[in-house]
Structures are given as C-alpha cells and as structure tokens.
Design a protein around this ligand. Structure first.
Ligand SMILES: C[S@@+](CC[C@H](N)C(=O)[O-])C[C@H]1O[C@@H](n2cnc3c(N)ncnc32)[C@H](O)[C@@H]1O
Length: 235
C-alpha cells in the first residue's frame, strides 16, 4: 500500500508549479541574509536547511562554508527539490533531498548548523521535528528558526484560514519552550526587520491581502513587528 502524501508536500508542490518558490525566496531573503550573518558560517561546517523551498539559502550557505564545508537542503515537496536541484548557480558543495523534517536521512551528531525559514509551523508535530533536529546536531551545533506566522504578529493570524493545511500559531515564548523541550540550550529570540523601504513599484501595486489592509500595515510589520527568530545550541 502506498503512503498518503504529506499535506505540506501537496500544497507546496502546487506552489512550486506556480513559480512561488522563487517569489518566497525573494520575500524571505532580506531576513534570511541577516540570519546567515549571525550563524558564524565558516569553511568546514556541515549545514542543513529544513524546508528549504527552492534552495536559495542553501546556495548562499554553501558559498560561505567553502572550501571544506557543505550545505544540504531538505524539503518534503518533491517539486521544490526538483527546482532546487535544477538551479544553474548551485555551488559544488550543495545537495538537496526530498525528506520530511521529522525523519532526517542523517547520522546522529552529524551537522553543525541547522536553519529553517518559514517552515516549522506547517509540520504536524513541531516538537517531534525539533527532537529529530537535535538528534542530528553535533555537540556545539546551533539551530536557527525564523517564522512570520506567530502570535505576536497580528497580521499573520488570518493565514491559517486560507491555507489548505493546518498550521501552529505559537507565541515567542512557546517557541523558546519548544526548543528547550527538544534539548537545545541557551535558547534566545529576537525580531528581524526588513531593511528595504517599500519601492515605488511595490507601493503602486499594493492590493489588500495576507492580513495587510493598507500600506501602513505593511510598513508596521516591516518596521515594528518583524519576523521572529529563535535560536539555540546543542550542548
Ligand atoms: C513557506 S515555504 C518556505 C521555503 C523556504 N524556506 C523559504 O524561505 O522560501 C515552507 C517550506 O517548508 C516545507 N515543509 C513543510 N512541512 C515540511 C516537513 N514536514 N518536512 C520538510 N519540509 C516541509 C514546504 O514544502 C515548503 O517548501
């Protein structure tokens, strides 16, 4: 008997088919770039991006850990991984695999940096996923999670009504507690802000949606609410 497809795989395969992998990458990059700066990336590190989408963060991570390090991206949606693998600018030290975040094809203690951008709240059981990430993390490894869908971001709450998948709406403190329960230590949280002002074209093409009724809502999210970053370390 074949296993039913993961609901996130069905949804994000359809997004990949519509070209949304690239638009998500563009939208997330201003914050993801700031996370990569904080991750203390250097040659020799073994890195994983969980729920990597089209792989943009994996490519940049791979460049930053050359010549002796490597970066892998996993995603449960096969079409996202197909797009990531086909990218013309993949450095030689990247790899992409179709895998669920809750059951990773890696040995225990085998990874030095784990990143996940806008993915964990789609997972059926985020704690189980984090415990799996802790299993594959090496001693001293760090885990970095970014989410826009969280309790303190009022603009995001309505997303759950529109997405054809169940989503977990946690508060900052609940994310901290989840990482701690999974075994990570020195868990901290911060907000990341998009440093780019809205362009004239973005302002002209604005249409209400995704919780933003007006341009002022978008500016408020970008400058006051921000993306939630939570990180911790394996002892
Ligand atoms: C909103 S997209 C973000 C993609 C990318 N990280 C980015 O910054 O653009 C969420 C991604 O997480 C993946 N995902 C969701 N649940 C997953 C799971 N259980 N295991 C692995 N990937 C998952 C989806 O397939 C999707 O590609």
């Amino acid at each position: 008997m074949t296993e039913p497809m993961n609901p996130a795989a069905i949804l994000f395969d359809s997004w990949a088919a519509l070209g949304k992998g690239e638009s998500m990458a563009k939208g997330h990059w201003p914050m993801t770039r700031q996370i990569l700066e904080r991750m203390n990336l250097r040659s020799g590190l073994r890195c994983l991006d969980i729920g990597c989408g089209n792989g943009y963060a994996v490519r940049e991570t791979a460049r930053r850990v050359m010549p002796d390090g490597a970066a892998c991206g996993i995603d449960v949606a096969p079409l996202m991984i197909r797009e990531a693998l086909a990218h013309p600018e993949n450095p030689p030290n990247v790899d992409f695999l179709v895998s669920a975040a809750e059951c990773l094809p890696f040995e225990p203690d085998s990874l030095d940096r784990l990143l996940s951008v806008e993915a964990i709240y789609y997972m059926a059981d985020p704690l189980t996923a984090l415990q799996e990430w802790h299993r594959v993390a090496s001693a001293g490894a760090s885990v970095w999670l970014m989410v826009d869908f969280y309790q303190e971001n009022p603009y995001s709450h309505c997303w759950a009504d529109w997405m054809e998948i169940s989503m977990h709406l946690y508060a900052q403190q609940e994310y901290i507690a989840l990482l701690q329960k999974a075994g990570f230590q020195e868990v901290q949280a911060d907000r990341l802000f998009n440093p780019n002002p809205l362009t004239a074209a973005e302002q002209a093409s604005f249409k209400p949606g995704w919780g933003y009724e007006t341009l002022a809502d978008v500016v408020d999210f970008r400058t006051n609410v921000g993306s939630l970053l939570v990180w911790g370390r394996k002892a």
